[in-house]
Design a binder for this molecule. Structure first.
Ligand code: NAI
Ligand code: MG
Length: 357
């Protein structure tokens, strides 16, 4: 037997989460056989509408104990807007996990894959390949502030951006380390220090300071507005982009939009210090409009599995899964209908597992 054993908390959630998670597991099992490690899974039914319907809450009170000891969380999607408001379902589950497990790095690879048409004219497979690293715990998304004199002429609201040295430095360090690990040349900082004149100059200052520790990595810095334009007009310039919570949120929808379909994009919510399990998920949601039909694209979930393998230290397997994804996407008959193909979810998932050899 092998001593490389990984215990996963598997949370399919709602809608197509329940259809794509099994395909992610299928590929993980195939990778485990091929590369000589073992996957042990515990399935959890919470973080779903069904759980909410029978328990009146999204997760059990002791959810942290139930999944806090696992090596990673493999997550599908949560949300069923016709039956439960999104702020209840998402804040009661996914957002709570990200917060409580201090998953401060939200990581989204953006790559133009074979067989996927980019809305950007003239771009082909390989032309777009960068990673967005978003600060996931503080910044603009703070709950510091308030409303006063409600309903009167003097009514006002204040919401403060909070940037701590610990919070800013750790996300920047993560971005530089990621660049080094992946052999990427450059880290780009998303800023707005020409308009936001206190916190963003601080962000710039910490970026310059952190860059001194990585003389092998080139750096540049763009204001968020022109950065958005560059991501459309010259996406080939970028390697790793580090951004505050709000800017990273915006960029991490812009990036995948430029590479075609939401069905293949993955995300990692990572605690780089490994005090808590990190969470890997597709970028897409529960897609109620196609749920139950077996036609969802499983590639986003499978790519998330590859990110998880990388995090667990199984780099070779992670690289092989990505190569298998590329091979399957190159074959029109193996693509799902969102990519113009006719394969169903399981056919596509099996094809990736088979391509691992
Ligand atoms: P969505 O991502 O679920 O769907 C958007 C559109 O993309 C739909 O037309 C859907 O059919 C299509 N789509 C998404 N994933 C696909 C896949 N794998 N294959 C083929 N087509 C795919 O976003 P929507 O409709 O705004 O949200 C639905 C629910 O999911 C809401 O409750 C929302 O809050 C939740 N949500 C959850 C997320 C998460 O768990 N991380 C992320 C985004 C949304
Ligand atoms: Mg968003």
């Amino acid at each position: 037997g092998t001593n490389r054993v990984y215990r996963l908390a598997v949370i399919p959630g709602d809608g197509i989460g329940k259809e794509v998670v099994p395909e992610g597991l299928r590929v993980l099992e195939a990778a485990a056989r091929r590369y000589g490690f073992r996957i042990e899974t515990d399935q959890f039914d919470f973080a779903s509408y069904d759980y909410y319907a029978s328990h009146g809450r999204m997760m059990p009170e002791d959810w942290k104990d139930r999944i806090g000891g696992h090596d990673a969380v493999f997550f599908g999607a949560v949300g069923w807007p016709d039956k439960i408001p999104d702020h209840v379902s998402l804040w009661g589950s996914l957002v709570a996990m990200r917060r409580e497990f201090d998953q401060y790095a939200n990581v989204r690879p953006v790559r133009l894959m074979p067989g996927v048409a980019s809305p950007l004219a003239g771009r082909k497979h390989g032309d777009i390949d960068y990673v967005i690293v978003r600060e996931n715990t503080e910044g603009e998304y703070s709950s510091v502030g308030g409303r006063m004199f409600a309903g009167t002429d003097r009514e006002f609201v204040v919401q403060e951006t909070v940037m701590t040295r610990i919070g800013v430095d750790r996300i920047m360090r993560y971005a530089f380390e990621l660049a080094r690990k992946q052999g990427r040349r450059r880290v780009t900082s998303a800023t707005k220090s020409n308009g936001i004149s206190i916190s963003m100059p601080y962000w710039d200052e910490r970026f310059r300071e952190m860059a001194r520790n990585y003389p092998d990595i080139e750096t540049d810095s763009f204001h968020i507005d022109i950065l958005c334009a560059h991501l459309v007009q010259r996406p080939d310039h970028f390697d790793v982009i580090v951004a505050s919570n709000l800017f990273g949120d915006i960029l991490s929808d812009l990036g995948p939009a430029c590479t075609g379909t939401i069905g293949i994009a993955p995300a990692g919510n990572i605690d780089p210090e490994r005090r808590y399990p990190s969470l890997f998920e597709p970028v897409h949601g529960s897609a109620p409009d196609i749920a139950g039909q077996g036609i969802a694209n499983p590639i986003g979930q499978i790519w998330a599995a590859s990110m998880m393998l990388e995090h667990l230290g199984e780099s070779e397997a992670a690289t092989a899964v990505e190569a298998a994804i590329e091979r399957v996407l190159s074959e029109p008959s193996l693509r799902t209908c969102d990519l113009g193909g006719r394969a169903d979810t399981a056919t596509c998932g099996k094809a990736v597992a088979d391509a691992l050899g």
